[in-house]
Ligand binder design. Structure first.
Ligand code: GAP
Length: 433
């Protein structure tokens, strides 16, 4: 059985994946804090992305740019003028809504009245703040609403210092901020979130080829990390949905409990951004092809994924519950690369003669694996507890271990148990994790 929305939200809170932000003060809507398990899962998602997009490729490098950038960046990129959502307010119940997301654009989903909406206003999604002690127009800045612009404004720095030749990509993972009109569905749409974006620069005539290539790569990334294929689809954007910078976009959608919704967007941004920054900054950002002796603006193919949103989808997708010996067993079948803990060490008893060597074993294994030493309650309860958070291997240190220098290793998914000698344990786990 797969999970419904409330089950995942409850599991997240109960086991410390995700907490409401500022909870002790009543909470702040649409902001969430990641607890120990959620932080580990989110980090593993971002690392899996970085490994596949940067580490394992010869044609992509990574950067980490500032969140606060000059206002001129967002004027040149078009975000100050056009990064807006259509906002309507119901004059009956005074709730605000995003017009383009309403099922019925005439009817307020909160109070049910029809014909009560104000004319739509273009509401800019960027958060504003000021640098320095005086608040004036001169020092107004935006928190970045996408990590992508940090890449475009560093394009020439990165290309030159790394001697990059087309085609090549620049990747970045980091926080973005949007003052969403209707945040919601838990961590799916928040005002502060993590993005994983890569700008792939290529010759203009090769853009369609690279668009197709990245569509396949990105779809397969989710599959490779264990997401079920039936829960994924690719959807082409209609012409009137395209962002101001894009000539072609597809979304990778996930089957969320409320229906198909976006996990990641893939856009052909053409030379829009480099050209805009060239014109606005006065710096020539054209690429010089020495062989053909020509200068031109490269085109950009952009896979743009949400890390917090993907983390939520991986959590939903991994949830599994089954009957075992008349009992319900909940298992997060997370890929071992994503699981918050890879290994749990469970001494059969809290007696010092077992707890001592089990703690020593845990300390030794911690050098190679993310691990939890779990000592309270029965061994059966502890197995269930580890299953529920997706720990792939649970190691039981029992009284026999004192004599045979071996432990029982239990597989999360099959529940099969192996007796493994302590000197082979690291190799045994490394081969499987
Ligand atoms: N640079 C292009 C760009 O930012 P986007 O489709 O607006 O494109 C990319 O965002 C991804 O970022 C989305 O597919 C989604 O996963 C994530 N994302 C966007 N807004 C979000 C929000 N308010 N909360 C959580 N994730 C969000």
């Amino acid at each position: 059985m797969t999970a419904d929305f409330d089950t995942i939200v409850n599991l997240s809170k109960r086991r410390g994946f995700v907490f409401q932000s500022s909870e002790i003060y009543g909470g702040i809507r649409s902001a969430y804090d990641y607890g120990p398990l959620g932080a580990a899962l989110l980090r593993n998602v971002k690392e899996a992305w970085w490994r596949s997009m940067v580490q394992q490729r010869g044609d992509v490098v990574g950067i980490d740019s500032a969140i606060i950038q000059a206002r001129k960046v967002w004027q040149a990129s078009g975000h100050e003028a056009t990064f807006t959502d259509p906002l309507v307010e119901c004059q009956n119940c005074h709730t605000r809504h995003r017009l383009d997301k309403l099922e019925n654009p005439e009817q307020c989903p909160t109070c049910g009245k029809s014909g009560t909406f104000t004319e739509p206003k273009h509401f800019n999604l960027m958060f504003r703040t000021h640098t320095g002690p005086v608040e004036s127009d001169d020092n107004m800045v935006y928190l970045r609403p996408e990590t992508a612009q940090g890449i475009f404004i560093n394009y020439e720095n990165v290309r030159r210092t790394n001697r990059l030749q087309l085609p090549f990509g620049i990747a970045q993972v980091g926080k973005s901020f949007r003052n969403e009109i209707t945040p919601g569905q838990f961590v799916f749409r928040t005002r502060e979130f993590d993005q994983m974006e890569m700008e792939y620069f290529c010759r203009p005539e090769e853009a369609p080829k690279w668009f197709d290539y990245w569509r396949g790569e990105r779809f397969n990334w989710y599959l490779d990390l264990g997401m079920k294929e039936e829960n994924l689809r690719i959807r082409d954007h209609e012409q009137d949905e395209l962002s101001h910078y894009s000539v072609q976009t597809v979304d990778i959608d996930y089957a969320f409990p409320w229906g198909w919704d976006e996990l990641e967007g893939l856009a052909n941004r053409t030379d829009y951004d480099l050209r805009a920054h060239s014109e606005a900054s006065g710096q020539d950002l054209r690429y010089y092809d020495a062989v053909a002796d020509e200068r031109f603006f490269p085109y950009v193919i952009e896979p743009a994924a949400g890390a917090t949103r993907a983390t939520f989808a991986f959590l939903m997708d991994a949830y599994h519950s089954e009957e075992v010996a008349g009992d319900t067993r909940v298992v997060l079948k997370l890929d071992p690369r994503l699981a918050p803990y890879q290994v749990a060490v469970l001494p059969l008893s809290k007696k010092p003669e077992l707890l001592g060597p089990a703690t020593e074993l845990a300390d030794r294994l911690r050098k190679d694996f993310m691990l939890e030493l779990d000592v309270t309650q029965s061994i059966g309860r502890r197995y269930r507890r580890q299953d529920e958070i997706g720990t792939p291997y649970a190691i039981t240190y029992d009284f026999e271990s004192l004599d045979d220098s071996a432990v029982t290793v239990r597989d999360r998914d099959t529940m099969a148990q192996d007796r493994v000698s302590l000197d082979r344990l690291t190799d045994y786990l490394s081969q499987r994790l």
